[in-house]
Design a protein around this ligand. Structure first.
Ligand SMILES: [Zn+2]
Length: 262
């Protein structure tokens, strides 16, 4: 009886230590969701850079300087407004995919295929705002943390400070493979609409972008895979949020902060 009590007490203390570590390893998103966070910002940045380098090896850059200046202009207007403390690197990939992404460590990628669907700078800003929101809200860190916890168990909790090359390689692969959750997608839509409006892009173009997307024969682009809300729901939700986003746009416009990327 006593032995069982001792074992029980030990199990409880192990569980308490694990719980304490997990509590310590949680982060809160800008809209107040709690996320598991087992990796540091430095580790996430290293994973993002590794993943970005892999994508750059696979896909050639766009060669038209005008296209690059255009995408840079839109991306820069957003990052300057919402995350000026970070250095951002923008790459335009010469590929037909209707896609874009942002990675921790300040990396943004846009595929030339997206520029055929995003008809103006405001619509491109809607996509880039959404992608940057995924990074700033810590969605990538949470995705990697959840998967590392599942694959490696609590042992990873002891390694959160070092930049172990194996861990970085594993995390970079996860960044490229794991889809965002549906809750992440909704949050990135909410934040992305605010980001674009604050940066001086017309938020009324965001639902129009999704109308254009839904007209695409091939369905949703890769980043917007299965977990994304259905197009009709998303368009309606974005329209419903315009009354909050429009004043942000008007304020920036009144201050003359509207970017000229056309
Ligand atoms: Zn997304």
């Amino acid at each position: 009886m006593r032995r069982i009590a001792v074992i029980g007490a030990r199990l409880i203390s192990v569980a308490l230590v694990a719980a304490a570590l997990i509590v310590a390893a949680c982060a809160t998103t800008p809209t107040g969701r709690t996320q598991l966070r087992l990796v540091s910002d430095a580790q996430m940045a290293a994973m993002g850079s590794t993943a970005f380098a892999q994508l750059q090896q696979k896909t050639p850059p766009a060669s038209d300087p005008k296209t690059m200046r255009y995408v840079d202009c839109v991306a820069e207007a957003i990052t300057r407004t919402v995350a000026p403390e970070e250095t951002w690197e923008v790459r335009v990939f010469d590929a037909p995919e209707v896609n874009a992404f942002a990675l921790p460590g300040g990396k943004i990628g846009v595929y030339t295929g997206l520029l055929k669907v995003a008809e103006n700078p405001d619509q491109l800003a809607a996509v880039i705002g959404h992608e940057v929101a995924h990074v700033l809200a810590g969605h990538s860190a949470a995705r990697v943390s959840n998967e590392l916890a599942a694959q490696l168990g609590v042992t990873v909790l002891g390694q959160t400070t070092g930049v172990d090359p194996q861990l970085i390689g594993l995390g970079a692969n996860l960044l490229l493979l794991l889809p965002y959750s549906r809750a992440d997608e909704t949050e990135a839509d909410v934040l992305g609409l605010q980001y674009m409006a604050k940066s001086g892009f017309d938020p009324r173009e965001a639902p129009k972008l999704w109308v254009n997307m839904s007209k695409q024969g091939g369905g949703a682009p890769p980043e917007f895979l299965s977990t994304h809300p259905a197009n009709e729901t998303r368009i309606r939700d974005l329209q419903d949020r315009l009354p909050q986003a429009l004043p942000l746009y008007e304020q920036t416009r009144a201050k003359g902060g509207q970017p000229k990327c056309g």
